[in-house]
Design a binder for this molecule. Structure first.
Ligand code: ADP
Ligand code: MG
Length: 289
């Protein structure tokens, strides 16, 4: 039988938008030593906005944007959604791709109007094309850079702002007081971007350029020194969430795969639910034993 204290804990957590899927994860949450956080959509707001479009050669901003958005319209990645939103705001009509292939955490490739369009991180796009990668635009702090290539040639960059969620610094400091020993960032994005965005947060470590599989490896490696909680969003974090002692999915924004793989869902898409979540778990345990 499940002790009454655990049942009460689950329902109290739910009041904070922290959906804990049963007694096992609630208990495991009381022992977490290492917290691993995804960046885009988890630590950051996850609703990036395009701030600048820098076309290559004689292309127009809208040419790049239209093809990039067409390629990304079926993707649930927050970066993809930002691209589609901007294209719609500019009244561009998006052709349907003949074929689209998503490389989780890297980008997409699609066939549109007879052209091969690549949209994604710089390393991913550069790895798929021949010829030189042109200079990148100067970036603001925290800017995310997306590269676009058309028919094997760099077509330009989309610069995005994806600010940290409000109160993240306070939240992380508080979690340390609650007994979390190490807080690490795990991101598919580039090191420079990750460093700029998280400056001043006092993280204990930062791993960048990770594929979904490498996030799993990180979780398993960290797991050797104590229970790990992994917080992420989107399809690309689902395997890492499943590998963690406690996988936490940011809720609300569509990615059913991560919510399904998770032990805990932050249903209001508010990462600050972690603090009451851990507190409730610790108290439920204290009462149950
Ligand atoms: P994080 O691990 O921080 O959440 P992701 O691994 O999801 O970040 O994505 C890292 C980078 O890969 C993004 O910043 C973006 O440049 C690129 N990317 C991933 N998926 C897409 C996509 N569907 N469209 C465009 N770019 C993408
Ligand atoms: Mg993410």
């Amino acid at each position: 039988a499940v002790p009454v204290a655990l049942v009460a804990g689950l329902s109290r957590a739910a009041q904070y938008g922290v959906l804990i899927k049963g007694a096992r994860p609630l208990e495991a949450m009381a022992h977490i030593r290492t917290l691993i956080l995804d960046k885009t959509g988890t630590l950051t707001d996850g609703r990036p906005r395009i701030t600048q479009i820098t076309p290559q050669n004689d292309l127009a901003e809208d040419d790049i944007l239209r093809l990039a958005a067409a390629a990304d319209q079926a993707s649930k990645h927050p970066v993809a959604q930002a691209i589609v939103t901007e294209a719609q705001a500019r009244g561009l009509s998006l052709p349907l791709p003949r074929a689209m292939e998503e490389h989780p955490g890297e980008g997409v490739m699609a066939r549109i109007e007879g052209r091969r369009v690549l949209v994604g991180g710089e390393d991913f796009v550069a790895s798929q094309i021949e010829g030189p990668v042109p200079p990148r635009p100067a970036l603001d702090a925290g800017a995310v850079l997306v590269a676009v290539a058309i028919d094997g040639q760099m077509a330009g960059h989309l610069v995005m702002a994806d600010p940290l969620r409000e109160g993240v610094g306070t939240l992380l400091a508080g979690l340390k007081h609650q007994g979390v020993e190490r807080i690490l960032l795990a991101t598919g994005d580039r090191r420079e971007v990750a460093e700029r965005v998280t400056r001043g947060l006092g993280l204990d470590g930062l791993r960048s350029g990770l594929s979904p599989d490498q996030k799993v490896l990180l979780v398993l490696t960290e797991g050797k020194s104590g229970p790990v909680m992994m917080v992420g969003d989107g399809v690309n974090d689902a395997p890492a969430l499943a590998a963690a002692d406690v996988g936490v999915a940011m809720g609300a924004r569509g990615a059913a795969a991560s919510a399904e793989a998770a032990d805990v869902v932050l249903v209001q898409d508010r990462i600050d639910g972690l603090a009451p979540g851990l507190e409730i778990a610790r108290r439920a345990r204290a009462i149950a034993v």
